[in-house]
Design a binder for this molecule. Structure first.
Ligand code: GUN
Ligand code: ZN
Length: 431
């Protein structure tokens, strides 16, 4: 018999991209809504008063009076081994990697350590309302096993793949083109498509991979078209300069990846701060996506992401926390920094578009919008119950809001992990 559950609360989800001005047609809101979940998938959504009468008597009904249900958040770029060095002081990207990130990642040669950190990391994601993530592990295959096992145990949708890096990094973190290919293939066969898991071919960035290794990554990308590609692009000026010197034949940083076969549908590029129009046109044309990582871009002093330029060309875009360069796994903290990054450039981010970037827009960026991102019937029922009054200041501010548009914006600006009352994965309470 089907497992049927119903959840009553205010319910909000995105139907499309609201753009820089709140577009009412891009959102659907039920002040007193009912979400019906059958075997982990959305069976129906609507007005509670209209639907309750028609419900079978034995359906399990959970009431979240005064709270707001939205789709689970999707983090399009984050590093799980870096939770232990989040908020490390004082450096920009290349020095920060050498001083903090690489030493932390060396510890993931130890499978037990990888397992312990992976468990903590996915529980933190869920506690923050994030139900899907595209995750960098370390160069070690055992770190990939650890993050996939942790996600699978909790029934989460998660993408990850062994980091490829064979030069300009500590010896202990180096693989080589041959082992990168063999290990990635083996891990794809082991994990890709298992339950809700998906593989991502993950060359760290053009600084730490030889041309031979990037070619191997491109070969894998051709051989496994339904696997993702995940890397960093044009985050920091010194990085961009290094890449230009290292690949003198390239027109741009993106061109390195493109010529080596890494720019395609299901490719996700973190940051993309220092692009030109031709780069953006190529990303759009080839169906690749950008992960906008505002807290990281501010913390590492990397620059301001031009969201308007990306949207004008219809480039698929989601948000990433980029912990540990980013300073929070929480999507409200991330989106409120996104708002400020855009304010500094004369661009606007309404609450509806912020929610879109963390849900349906992110799902679209990851080519997962047929499964997650909103509450269209048949999608996987990953959702979050939000508490409008989890702190005294949000309670006070929210009590002065007139409508859902104002409430959503204030909640995003002021919210944090306290605002996440409950997180559900496929209709099951996780945290
Ligand atoms: N570029 C290459 N590796 C990294 C990393 O670990 N974090 C960030 N923010 N950028 C990178
Ligand atoms: Zn990153």
């Amino acid at each position: 018999m089907a497992d049927r559950k119903a959840f009553r609360a205010s319910i909000l989800h995105c139907l499309g991209d609201p753009g820089e001005k709140d577009d009412p047609a891009a959102m659907e809101y039920f002040a007193d809504g009912l979400l019906i979940v059958e075997d982990g998938h959305v069976a129906a959504l609507g007005d509670a008063k209209q639907m309750l009468g028609g419900l079978a008597g034995d359906i399990e009904l959970t009431e979240h009076s005064g709270k707001l249900i939205v789709p689970g958040f999707i983090d399009c770029h984050v590093h799980f081994p870096q939770v232990d060095i989040i908020a490390s002081h004082g450096e920009q990207l290349l020095d920060w990697l050498a001083r903090y990130a690489y030493p932390a990642e060396e510890a993931f040669a130890d499978a037990e350590h990888a397992h312990a950190v992976a468990g903590f990391f996915v529980d933190e994601l869920l506690r923050n309302g994030t139900t899907t993530a595209l995750v960098f592990p370390s160069v070690h295959p055992q770190s990939v096993d650890a993050i996939f096992k942790a996600a699978d145990k909790r029934g989460m949708r998660l993408l990850s793949g062994k980091v490829l890096m064979d030069e300009n990094c500590p010896e202990a973190l180096r693989d080589d083109p041959e082992s990168a290919y063999a290990d990635s293939r083996q891990l794809i066969e082991k994990w890709h498509g298992k339950n809700r898991l998906g593989y991502a071919i993950t060359p760290r960035f053009a600084v730490t991979s030889s041309e031979a290794q990037l070619k191997v990554a491109g070969k894998l990308a051709r051989e496994f078209p339904d696997v993702h590609v995940h890397t960093h692009l044009a985050e920091n000026h010194d990085e961009v300069e290094l890449v230009a010197k290292k690949f003198p034949w390239s027109r741009s940083y993106l061109d390195v990846y493109e010529q080596l076969g890494l720019v395609r549908e299901r490719s996700v590029f973190a940051h993309c701060l220092h692009l030109d129009d031709q780069d953006r046109e190529q990303l759009a044309k080839l169906g690749a996506a950008i992960a906008f990582c505002p807290t990281s871009n501010l913390f590492l002093g990397s620059g301001l992401f031009d969201l308007r330029a990306a949207r004008d060309l219809c480039i698929r875009t989601g948000v990433g926390t980029d912990v540990g360069g980013g300073t929070s796994l929480n999507m409200f903290r991330t989106l409120s920094e996104a708002y400020k990054v855009l304010q500094l450039q004369g661009q606007s981010l309404p609450g509806s578009r912020a929610l879109y970037l963390a849900t349906l827009g992110a799902a679209n960026a990851l080519y997962l919008d047929d499964r997650i991102g909103n509450f269209i019937t048949g999608k996987e029922a990953d959702f979050v119950v939000l508490d409008y009054s989890a702190s005294s200041i949000t309670r006070r501010r929210l009590s002065h809001c007139q409508d859902i548009t104002q409430k959503l914006f204030a909640l995003i600006m002021l919210g944090d992990d306290r605002s996440i009352a409950e997180t559900y994965v496929m209709g099951t309470l996780m945290s």
